[in-house]
Design a protein around this ligand. Structure first.
Ligand SMILES: [Zn+2]
Length: 101
């Protein structure tokens, strides 16, 4: 029996701007179908490869799925958010001067 590759479907919570696991242990076609259903409800979704079958029944309570969703959330904020880099000069660079006791 060949092992089918599995997929996780996550959806974006528009209010929290974070991804949440919606379903896991889906086949590729199931995942696409599921993602389309969510999209019809106005949700942003992502389909992620799932290397191993998850033992948790519910994706919403699945730790592995949550990890995946969290990583995607981080990615989302890193790419679209304006990164505020503090413009620091060469602050306190006094390495050359060694204080003599
Ligand atoms: Zn899972």
């Amino acid at each position: 029996m060949t092992q089918e590759s599995l997929r996780v479907v996550v959806s974006l919570d528009p209010e929290a701007q974070s991804f949440r696991p919606s379903a896991h242990n889906l086949t590729a076609s199931q995942a696409v179908e599921y993602a389309q259903t969510l999209k019809l409800n106005g949700l942003d979704t992502k389909i992620v490869d799932q290397p191993k079958k998850h033992r948790t029944e519910n994706a919403e309570t699945c730790k592995q799925c949550k990890k995946t969703a969290d990583a995607l959330t981080e990615e989302l904020h890193n790419s679209s958010g304006t990164q505020e880099l503090p413009e620091q000069g060469q602050g306190s660079a006094t390495d050359s001067e060694e204080p003599t006791p």
